[in-house]
Structure formats: structure tokens, C-alpha cells
Design a protein around this ligand. Structure first.
Ligand code: XUL
Length: 543
């Protein structure tokens, strides 16, 4: 079988990441080593768009948008910086990209022709300022579409049937609900739209000089794609707005070469004329690629501001109560699932500070000084209303070994209850949607704390690998450029692991203790019951 050796030794594969706050580029060589990195920060580098962290927060407290022209201007600036730095565009064999999920771009009739005929002596922003039917794109932080969400679930027979069909119940940020709101509140703008793109496919459109198709990784974040068939769910489109299918265009497999870079990029920057563009995907799917979660059961646990667990799976089990299932961007027959905890790092810091620990070392010593299972003490720590499990209110709820509410825990008990609770919740809710780990890759700040990683290994009963992989979305986009290029070259699907086999392996940093794991497995049913009570208590605080 042909391998990545077939790429010319000096070939580069370029991955872009158009995220909430910045546009990044990362280039890799055929052995998957990172060779170049660049970034444009929207707020700092493009102050004329007057964003906070790339966003416009509206007065209603719910609506959050970004100007799509800013994303275009960022590409101008990024490529200009790369050129000024002497980046060897002529060596780029393929480009792919990542986009913040759910955000949508509304393009006027004739945009396709404008993209095809871009003048190479002018910036993109000067040529494309008037192609947007909607000047402010709704993005993933928007939560203004609750009426549309309830209407969609009602139309589809409930939240669970919608989840079964699309991979998620209705969520405010998901694009179908945003389109329904646009049609209701600005029907003229909807009618004046020829193509609705996601952030990912919009940036891809700039590169190919044509409307770019969607793929199932990002497409699943719209509440409109039939997850298993990877085609539009026609009854949903009919419900959302008239004439929608024509505005959305097709969905193609993620590894598809969707075109070559348009002459604009060849003439202005020196890309080779045959440089392939591989379908762009969402940032979570691209992170899955960037962390090389290439087999069902490969999971990443990202311990950051929010804690996220996501991974590859072959059998999706969508739930109306937790998580999302998306298409898998590196396996056309597979899926990826994701569980998000809002209360991650801030809660760890809160408990650390409450008990006066001056360092993470002291916090970890306290964790190490208490036994796995915490002598039956269990706590729930919703510093903010939680996403998984969904709560309306916040609060800390502690229970003793007799299942009675306990006001306070001693410091060490509290530290352990909080860490165990964070991981038991990931295990419980991950299992509900089919995430059963064969290996875990821990990333993010807290993955550097070995006592915390040890609890993670014990709760799941498997070894944990660590490998701080910053910018996993742009790296994943670069990997996907290499992978898609291989597939195009061989005219068939090449396993991602085969295309990336030269990438350096991650390091195993924790092995589970079988006895501790047995304690957690016994604890899980009780934990689930107490969680129901804690959620009721949190909701009552909000009532
Ligand atoms: C995923 C989500 C966020 C954005 C961030 O559903 O809303 O992770 O993708 O860019």
C-alpha cells in the first residue's frame, strides 16, 4: 500500500482554524511534524470590528454574533503575515480547515461568481464586503432561540426522537434553530440568501472560489442532518424554513478533496495551482483528528475552563439528556460523541481556595491523603448552572455515606469528592451515549497534576496517556489535509492511522489500580441516584 512517503519530501500540509477569538494556521511536513504556526487575534489585530474576544454580545443577554467580514479580513491578514515571513506557499500540497461549530454565514445570490473572479491585486475584504445577506453571523455562544428549539422538538415528536435522528436534542446554538429564528425575525434577509454556509465551509469557499459542501462532522451541529444517513433530514428542513435544501447544498465525506485553490491564491501568495482543498470541518471534529483518536474507544478528556470528554465510537446512542453525537471526520463509517461539563477548572480552583491550599501540590497531597471512594462521601459541585447534567441553578450539594445531605466536608474529603464527582459524571454520562474508553488521552491544564490523572485512570479503569497538544483543532486540520491528500492521491479511503503512522506516539502516564476501579464501579449507581437529587436541589434554588 502507498504511504505518506509518496508525498514529495518538502511538501507541506496546511491547517487553518477559524475559531471564536482567532484565526490560526499550522503547517506540517509529510511525517506530521509541525513546521510553521501563525495566528491573527480578532480583537487585537482587527480592532475596527469592535469585538470582545471576536464576538458581539447583544443587549438582550442572549444574542451573540460575529461579523463574517472579520473572518475574511483575518484571512487577508494571516496570509499577508505568512508571506512577509517567507512562508513557502509553493510547497503546500493540500489545505484543510477547522471552524468554530454552529456559526452560520448567509451569502447573497451571485457570491459564487464573485468568489470565482477575485482580483489577485486586491484584498479579499475589499472585494467581498457586500456579499453577506446578514452582516452579523449567529455563533455558538448564542442562546436566543429557545422558542425555535421547543417548536422543533414538538414538530419531531419530542427531544429524544430529535436526538435519535440528528444526534442531539434541540440546542439554542445549533444552526437549524438559528435559521428558523432568522426566517421568523428577518424573512427578507432569509429570502436574499442564496447559500447558507457554516464558518468552516465559508472559509473553504474562499479557497476554492465556489460554494464548499458541508461534511458530517460539522453538519451534525445543525440539528438538521440525519446522523446515520449523513443527509439532510427533509422533514426538519421543511419545518425550519421554505426552500432550505437548495440554500444548504450537499454533504460530502470529510476526507473529500472539494477542489483546488482558486487562481487568486496562486497569483497573490504563490500556492501551487494544483493545491488540493480538503473539506473543512468543525473545531471539535478537527480536535478529534488532532489528538489522533482513530479507533472506536479512543477518548480525550480535556481538563480546561470547561471539561470535555470526546471520542470515536462505532455505534451512536444519542440521548436527549446529555451530549452530542457528530459525524467522525477521519472515519466515514464512524461517529464521535462529546460530553461537556461547564464546571471544570473554576470549580477545582474554588475548592482549592476555599480550603486555603496555596499550591496544586498541596491540593494533590490532600487528594492523596483520602481513599478512593472517599469512605462513601459524594458531592456535586455546580459553581455555575451545569450543562451535564443540565441544571437550572447552581450550588454545592454533599451527601454522607448514609445518603443524607451533609453540610460541609473536611478539606481532604471535599477535594476528593469534587475530583471523583467530575470523573464519575464523565463516566456515567459518557456511557449513556456510547462512550466506552479503550484508552484516554488527558489534555488541558489539570492533566499536568498526576494525582488528578490517577483518579481519572481509576474511575475509568484504563491507562491514561498525556500529551499536551495545544491548538489541537488547527493541528487536526493539518492532519486532515495530509489524510485527504492521501485519499485523493490513491483514489480511495486510506485509514487515518495509516496516513499518520509517522506521527510520534503519546506517553502513558497513569495505570489504573484494579481495586480502586472496583470501588468506583460499585459507586456508580449510587452516584447516579444522588445526582438526580442534587439536580433537583439545584433546580429548586433557581425556582
Ligand atoms: C460545541 C460548541 C463549542 C464550539 C467552540 O458544540 O459549541 O465547542 O465548537 O468553538
Amino acid at each position: 500500500m502507498a504511504t505518506s512517503h509518496e508525498a514529495p519530501a518538502d511538501a507541506l500540509f496546511l491547517g487553518l482554524d477559524s475559531s471564536t477569538q482567532s484565526l490560526k494556521a499550522m503547517a506540517i511536513d509529510p511525517q506530521a511534524n509541525v513546521t510553521h504556526e501563525y495566528a491573527v487575534n480578532f480583537e487585537q489585530d482587527l480592532p475596527e470590528f469592535e469585538t470582545k474576544g471576536g464576538c458581539h454580545f447583544h443587549a438582550d443577554g442572549l444574542t451573540v454574533t460575529s461579523p463574517p467580514l472579520m473572518w475574511v479580513a483575518a484571512l487577508d491578514l494571516l496570509l499577508a503575515r505568512m508571506k512577509a515571513d517567507g512562508f513557502p506557499f509553493a510547497r503546500v500540497a493540500a489545505v484543510s480547515g477547522s471552524g468554530q461549530q454552529h456559526g452560520s454565514v448567509y451569502l447573497r445570490p451571485g457570491t459564487r461568481e464573485r468568489l470565482r473572479a477575485l482580483a489577485p491585486d486586491q484584498a479579499l475584504r475589499d472585494q467581498l464586503a457586500d456579499v453577506f445577506a446578514v452582516a452579523e453571523s449567529p455563533i455558538w455562544m448564542d442562546s436566543s432561540t429557545t422558542p425555535e428549539c421547543r417548536a422543533l422538538e414538538d414538530a419531531m415528536g419530542g427531544a429524544q426522537p430529535l436526538a435519535d435522528l440528528t444526534g442531539s436534542r434541540a440546542y439554542e446554538r445549533f444552526t437549524g434553530n438559528q435559521i428558523a429564528k432568522l426566517y421568523r425575525t428577518q424573512p427578507g434577509a432569509y429570502q436574499a440568501t442564496e447559500r447558507i454556509a457554516l464558518v468552516s465551509s465559508f472559509v473553504a469557499s474562499l479557497f476554492i472560489g465556489n460554494y464548499a459542501p458541508l461534511e458530517p462532522g460539522d453538519g451534525a451541529g445543525m440539528n438538521m442532518m440525519a446522523l446515520r444517513e449523513k443527509t439532510w433530514a427533509v422533514p426538519i428542513l421543511d419545518h425550519v424554513a421554505p426552500g432550505l435544501a437548495a440554500k444548504l447544498g450537499p454533504i460530502v465525506p470529510s476526507h473529500t478533496a472539494i477542489g483546488s485553490v482558486t487562481p487568486y491564491f496562486v497569483k497573490r501568495f504563490g500556492f501551487p495551482a494544483g493545491c488540493r482543498v480538503i473539506a473543512f470541518s468543525g473545531d471539535n471534529p478537527c480536535s478529534l483528528a488532532g489528538l489522533r483518536l482513530q479507533h472506536p474507544g479512543d477518548l480525550a478528556v480535556s481538563l480546561g475552563t470547561s471539561d470535555t470528554m470526546f471520542g470515536a465510537l462505532s455505534e451512536p446512542n444519542p440521548s436527549a439528556n446529555e451530549g452530542h453525537i457528530f459525524g467522525n471526520p477521519i472515519d466515514p463509517d464512524g461517529y464521535m460523541a462529546m460530553v461537556v461539563h461547564k464546571n471544570g477548572a473554576m470549580t477545582r480552583e474554588q475548592i482549592r481556595n476555599t480550603h486555603g491550599y496555596q499550591s496544586w501540590t498541596a491540593f494533590e497531597a490532600a487528594l492523596g491523603g483520602t481513599p478512593p471512594g472517599n469512605a462513601g462521601n459524594i458531592g456535586f459541585y455546580f459553581t455555575d448552572p451545569e450543562i451535564t447534567p443540565p441544571t437550572l441553578g447552581a450550588g454545592y450539594f454533599r451527601f454522607n455515606a448514609g445518603d443524607e445531605p451533609a453540610g460541609e466536608f473536611a478539606a481532604g474529603t471535599d477535594v476528593r469528592a469534587m475530583i471523583e464527582s467530575q470523573f464519575l459524571s464523565l463516566r456515567l454520562h459518557g456511557e449513556h451515549i456510547g462512550l466506552r474508553p479503550g484508552m484516554i488521552l488527558a489534555t488541558g491544564g489539570a492533566s499536568e497534576n498526576s494525582a488528578i490523572v490517577r483518579v481519572l485512570a481509576d474511575v475509568f479503569g484504563i491507562g491514561v496517556y498525556t500529551g499536551e497538544q495545544k491548538n489541537s483543532a488547527s493541528l487536526g486540520a493539518a492532519y486532515r489535509a495530509l489524510h485527504g491528500w492521501q485519499c485523493a492521491k490513491q483514489n480511495t479511503f486510506v485509514p487515518f492511522a495509516e496516513a499518520l503512522k509517522q506521527a510520534s506516539p503519546f506517553k502513558k502516564t497513569a495505570e489504573p489500580d484494579p481495586q480502586a476501579h472496583a470501588v468506583y464501579s460499585r459507586m456508580l449507581a449510587r452516584y447516579a441516584e444522588l445526582e438526580t437529587r442534587a439536580v433537583e436541589m439545584a433546580n429548586a434554588k433557581n425556582a
